[in-house]
Design a protein around this ligand. Structure first.
Ligand code: RVP
Length: 495
């Protein structure tokens, strides 16, 4: 006979936190959001600790090198999506590892034979007003000049005017040589009153821009997540099919942590993958696994050697797994059960295996609830997809700016390995949708607001660390009627 779980499967919106005593010590400035990413033994600390408990989802529409750089600079970590060729994924990883703060690979480049109309179109598309002019129109070509908005007059100059007629040519440019430090580059910027400084190699090949504004930004990133060599920390998604080829390439490229990406991780495929990685590469190579929604799934992956376990099936904003396959569990219920299993395992063995709540965070307050319920960190897709740094197009739809966001189980992603049940290749049916999310601006600005809310809630609960929150939080279920009470009600809200 089938086993019935009598407890209703619940989601974050059905819970609230009860305020605890806020002492004078409990102020947002004192709150630490540091949290372990990978397993550790009692009395020790995790080899990788996040400064902010967020990781970006292993998705084409969320986590590329650009997102990874932005998130690591702000204390979190991205898992670069694995549903691309091994070479492309490894190249994204090495771009993050080789990223030198303040040295930017230009994404707005043209040749000198382009016209003013191309400059205007590129500026509108990328939002960048400084354009590198190279012999082949790429970020790697020989530098011939630069164009900024000070070089042309829209409405006066002909749109067909060639770039070579109005660019600042190479011999009028101040440049830095490859190998210059950020300090040296900035000294040049200040000395010559520049807004941007191109960096070139011995053959005048263009390498980077250093922008005046970035130096200030860099100084403002106290939470930056770096490794021992001061390089940004980055993760990578893998699958249970091509791991024997993919994993060595990702490690070679510098990935700090791997994560098996699957909608249903309670499988022998994952066990085999983890065991292979640990046997071939040893415990220094960190690998997370999942997703699971109960104690049995968690313990199975832990016994297999997982360094962390992801929790959540079917709760993702773009996910229709529950509708198509009838599997899943309310995210809060799943998390509460797995967190209890994690704590029990820690008590018995002295090994702490962090858990990640993946998917279904729709409000900022859900994040604090997830942490209070036992998550060590959160994986989010929709949240990050809304920002400038996500890899997708920004469009105007019905008068509002939106960004594209599609699931890995959608036809658009064609990530059949994520949904593979071990037989014939190919995506048989969709488990995700292709959608838009409201555009929200930069990651840094939005994160500051979100973290401000989290810290404030933690202070209301009388806690200044995630560990303390987990221990002290008092959580209540809410009725559907009291949810109405929680919003503005019985008033006419002004527009
Ligand atoms: P959300 O943050 O709610 O947008 O959810 C993101 C999560 O959804 C991902 O981390 C992943 O676990 C899951 N996902 C990704 N693609 C799909 C799908 O197509 N069904 N689901």
């Amino acid at each position: 006979m089938a086993k019935y779980l009598n407890e209703t499967s619940r989601t974050f919106s059905e819970f609230l936190l009860i305020p605890g005593l806020t002492t004078k010590e409990c102020v947002p400035a004192k709150v630490s959001l540091k949290t372990p990413l990978t397993k550790y033994t009692k009395g020790e600390t995790s080899d990788i600790e996040l400064n902010v408990p967020f990781v970006s989802a292993i998705m084409q529409s969320v986590s590329n090198d650009g997102m990874a750089i932005a998130l690591a600079k702000n204390g979190g970590l991205s898992f670069i999506f694995g549903s691309q060729s091994i070479q492309e994924q490894a190249s994204m990883i090495s771009k993050v590892k080789n990223h030198k703060s303040g040295f930017v690979i230009s994404t707005a480049n043209l040749t000198q034979d382009h016209a003013l109309k191309d400059v205007i179109a590129l500026k509108a598309k990328t939002g960048h007003s400084t354009i590198a002019i190279t012999d082949n129109g790429t970020a790697e070509g020989k530098l011939l000049g630069i164009v900024t908005s000070r070089d042309y007059r829209v409405g006066t100059d002909s749109l067909d005017k060639k770039v070579k007629e109005f660019m600042t040519p190479f011999d009028h440019l101040i440049t830095a040589k490859l190998g210059a430090t950020l300090k040296e580059a900035n000294d040049l910027i200040w000395e010559h009153k520049l807004n941007s400084l191109p960096v070139i190699d011995e053959e005048n090949n263009f390498k980077f821009f250093v922008f005046r504004k970035d130096y200030d930004n860099h100084k403002e990133n106290p939470l930056e997540l770096t490794d021992k060599q001061k390089k940004l920390v980055v993760g990578a998604g893998i699958n249970t099919r091509d791991y024997k080829e993919r994993v060595p390439a990702l490690i070679e490229a510098g990935a700090d942590v791997l994560c098996i990406d699957s909608s249903d991780g309670f499988s022998e495929w994952q066990q085999e993958t983890i065991q292979y990685i640990k046997k071939e590469f040893g415990s220094a190579v960190k690998v997370g696994a999942g997703n699971v929604v109960d104690r049995d799934g968690f313990l199975y992956l832990v016994e297999a050697g997982a360094d962390f376990v992801k929790v959540g099936v079917g709760g993702g904003s773009i996910c229709i797994t529950r509708e198509t396959k009838g599997i899943g569990r309310g995210q809060a219920t799943a998390l509460i059960e797995v967190a209890a299993a994690r704590d029990e395992y820690f008590q018995q063995t002295g090994i702490y295996v962090p858990i990640c709540s993946d998917g279904g965070i729709a409000q900022d307050y859900h994040m604090v609830l997830a942490l209070a319920m036992g998550a060590d960190f959160l994986m989010m897709g929709r949240y990050f997809a809304r920002f400038d740094e996500s890899p997708t197009r920004k469009l105007m739809v019905n008068g509002n700016y939106v960004k594209e966001y599609w699931g890995e189980g959608s036809n658009r992603a064609r990530n059949w390995e994520r949904y593979d049940m071990g037989d014939t290749d190919g995506l048989k049916f969709e488990e995700g949708v292709d959608s838009y999310v409201p555009y929200a601006g930069t990651l840094k600005d939005n994160l500051a607001v979100t973290l401000g809310k989290i810290k404030s809630t933690m202070c209301s609960c009388g806690t200044i660390s995630i560990a303390e929150l987990k221990e002290k939080a008092s959580i209540t279920l809410v009725s559907s009627v009291s949810i109405v009470e929680g919003g503005a009600h019985d008033v006419i809200v002004k527009e």
